[in-house]
Design a protein around this ligand. Structure first.
Ligand SMILES: Nc1ncnc2c1ncn2[C@@H]1O[C@H](COP(=O)(O)OP(=O)(O)OC[C@H]2O[C@@H]([n+]3cccc(C(=O)O)c3)[C@H](O)[C@@H]2O)[C@@H](O)[C@H]1O
Ligand SMILES: Nc1ncnc2c1ncn2[C@@H]1O[C@H](COP(=O)(O)OP(=O)(O)OP(=O)(O)O)[C@@H](O)[C@H]1O
Ligand SMILES: [Mg+2]
Length: 249
């Protein structure tokens, strides 16, 4: 695992140098994926890195796991509370659509949730612009395969160092990096709404997804669910589709 960590650290350094950037930043939620990326970013750029804490409908002091990551990784950080920005944008969008009589309640939970992820993305780029840092994402192999991320939200980043790591490998790397065990052990959650967990929403465990990604046989129903998700989310892993060049009739 030490060698794999060194490999990712060197890769981050190479990509930042190629881009002519001065360092890198990462949004820190208090979950394991962003914890691992935080420790990697700190190793790659000890004095040119930043963690960004972006609570929505929570206070900065309540980000206890994210603050533990910052402390554990000894990472410089900045906290920006996005509650007002989120509430203002959400209310404005909802208000205008309601006035047209078009508001759909069943769509509002996910639309609002994705808005949170996209506000965070915009904020990370605004901070990155100031420092000339690249934005490092936290997507792992399981999230990438299933498309379990918000398009242009947490999926809108410059570099994705964990993209080939299954969740079990992220856990193993977290252990090797000395990420606090409470963070390694807690249930993965996007925390986009109260009580949300990845495994409930995906309808299966990360262990099952990891087994599938290892090439093992899994329950045929789960296999079908995974393949369907992968196909339905193909657009998220591609650049936006455009038509072939017009060549006349
Ligand atoms: N075929 C197609 N070709 C081109 N574009 C297509 C498309 N189908 C949908 N779209 C577009 O994609 C949109 C749907 O994609 P998207 O906006 O991403 O939304 P969607 O996939 O519906 O939701 C995002 C999922 O990711 C989860 N998530 C989000 C953020 C963080 C985390 C986490 O683990 O922390 C998890 C979240 O809980 C939810 O399950 C549609 O509204 C439409 O604009
Ligand atoms: N409150 C937040 N502040 C800053 N960044 C955030 C916040 N919430 C989410 N993010 C960003 O969105 C990413 C996607 O969240 P995701 O839940 O997939 O990862 P995680 O929380 O690090 O790990 P886990 O999947 O185990 O919960 C985070 O890794 C982080 O970069
Ligand atoms: Mg999380």
């Amino acid at each position: 695992m030490e060698e794999r960590i060194d490999y990712l650290v060197r890769w981050l350094q190479d990509k930042v140098e190629e881009a002519g950037a001065d360092g890198a930043l990462v949004g820190i939620s208090g979950g394991i994926d962003s914890a691992v990326v935080s420790y990697l970013v700190k190793k790659a750029f000890p004095d040119q890195s930043l963690g960004v804490l972006l609570p929505i409908n929570k206070k900065m002091e309540e980000q206890t796991d994210a603050l533990a990551v910052v402390e554990g990784a000894d990472l410089d950080y900045i906290g920006i509370n996005l509650t007002d920005a989120y509430e203002t944008t959400y209310k404005a969008v909802k208000g205008q659509i309601e006035e047209k009589g078009d508001w759909k309640d069943d769509k509002s939970q996910l639309g609002g949730a994705n808005l949170k992820a996209r506000l965070r993305m915009s904020t990370l780029y605004a901070v990155g612009n100031n420092y000339n840092y690249l934005v490092v994402g936290t997507d792992n192999a399981a999230e990438d395969y299933t498309g379990y991320f918000t398009k242009y939200g947490d999926g809108g980043v410059d570099l994705v160092p964990l993209i080939n790591l299954r969740k079990e490998e992220v856990r193993e790397m977290a252990g090797a990096l000395d990420v606090p065990s409470s963070i390694i052990e807690k249930k993965p959650s996007a925390e986009l709404w109260e009580g949300q967990t990845d495994e409930d929403e995906l309808g299966m465990s990360y262990d099952t997804i990891d087994a599938y990604l290892r090439g093992e046989k899994i329950d045929p129903e789960d296999e079908k669910k995974l393949k369907d998700r992968h196909e339905q989310t193909a657009h998220k892993r591609q650049i936006p589709a455009g038509p072939e060049e017009y060549r006349g009739d």
